[in-house]
Design a protein around this ligand. Structure first.
Ligand SMILES: NC(=O)c1ccc[n+]([C@@H]2O[C@H](COP(=O)([O-])OP(=O)(O)OC[C@H]3O[C@@H](n4cnc5c(N)ncnc54)[C@H](O)[C@@H]3O)[C@@H](O)[C@H]2O)c1
Length: 328
């Protein structure tokens, strides 16, 4: 049975991927510091609670069990926090990955699936954005992910590593049964913010700018269902059986959705109105961004199967039944 080490597996995307991996017959071991993740999100999946930067711990993990591949979700991900405290982001996102890659090399593990981000592109010159688009991250968070990709490219060249770097767009939605989802009360992503506004556990939704040159005047983004993302990780793992160095893939729905479309969908699904405050445009927000996903379609055989309705329906099911997230 293929044994996968999942870093950050107690977090939002990692935990849902762990569940899918186990359903598909993979053996899984999770390593997570639980600083921003939840033990309860793992059910009975084996967890090693610890930090990736603990080199001795990593060596113990790799020497105590035969790991075939690593899925690396563990990182900090808040753009604003990274601007305020860049070193924290480089220490964790770069330092953690470096420690992990070195431990993999010592253990002879070569297959690596990495959680990257569309933030590596910065404000795009064109949309849909393909993988050949220049990379100009606008935050230490995006920069930390791009630096990891550079490391992976060189390790791929040297023959030490076979890696897929998955550049996620706006990840949203929850598990199909509504029992697992994004639990952080601090999430700044649009859909959790909308859900908290509806449920009264957060402030009114602030819509920044209604005069953009889009059909309804609000910004357009690409939302990809977390279930589709989990599926893409398994396809990436299968892809790594081929003779590859590093390949990067956009993971998005390939469709643009406006802020007001999300808001209306949330009102339809919940049957409630979203408290809204309209505000001025925010500096630096691009008008419209969505992914060109043809590379993932042709090389991984992957495309997003779930649209906005399923994203919002599953999010509503999760947030309305778990207003305080996971019960620890
Ligand atoms: N959620 C998104 O929209 C999105 C978009 C693009 C990329 N990503 C990337 O996907 C990955 C997963 O994101 P998520 O939304 O599940 O985040 P999350 O914060 O829910 O999960 C990250 C997990 O990693 C753990 N972790 C962090 N640093 C660690 C360390 N040094 N050692 C051990 N564990 C550590 C945290 O405790 C947490 O459980 C991240 O790398 C993130 O940058 C997320």
């Amino acid at each position: 049975m293929t044994h996968i080490l999942v870093t950050g597996g107690a977090g939002y995307i990692g935990s849902i991927t762990v569940r899918l991996l186990r359903e598909r017959g993979y053996q899984v071991t999770v390593i997570d510091s639980l600083e921003r993740g939840f033990r309860a999100a793992l059910g009975d999946a084996p967890l090693i609670a610890g930090d990736l930067r603990d080199i001795a711990l990593l060596d113990r993990v790799f020497s105590s069990q035969p790991i075939d591949a690593v899925m690396h979700f563990a990182a900090y991900k808040a753009v604003g926090e990274s601007v305020a405290n860049p070193l924290r982001y480089f220490e964790n996102n770069l330092g953690g990955t470096l420690a992990l890659l070195a431990a993999m090399r010592r253990a002879g593990v070569r297959q690596f699936v990495f959680s990257s981000t569309a933030a590596v592109y910065g404000t795009p010159d064109y949309t849909p954005v393909d993988e050949a688009h220049p990379t100009r991250p606008e935050s230490p968070y995006g920069e930390s992910k791009l630096q990891v990709e550079h490391m992976l490219r060189w390790l791929g060249h040297s023959g030490d590593l076979k890696a897929a770097s998955l550049r996620y767009y706006n990840v949203a939605g929850a598990a199909r049964d509504g029992q697992m989802g994004e639990a952080s009360a601090k999430s700044e992503n649009l859909i959790p913010v909308v859900m908290r506004a509806i449920l009264g556990s957060g402030p009114a939704l602030k819509v920044y700018g209604t005069d953009y040159p889009t059909p309804d005047g609000t910004c357009i983004r690409d939302y990809v269902h977390v279930i589709d993302l989990a599926e893409a990780h398994i396809k990436a793992l299968e892809f790594l059986n081929l003779d590859v160095g590093l390949e990067v893939f956009n993971l998005g729905s390939g469709k643009g959705v406006s802020v007001l479309e999300v808001l209306r969908e949330a009102e339809r699904v919940s049957g409630r109105s979203v408290p809204v405050e309209y505000a001025e445009r925010r500096a630096g927000d691009p008008v419209g961004v969505w992914a060109d996903t043809r590379k993932a379609a042709s090389l991984l055989g992957w495309h997003a199967q779930h649209g906005l309705a399923e994203i919002v329906e599953s999010s509503w099911q999760w947030h309305s039944t778990h207003p305080a997230g996971y019960q620890q």
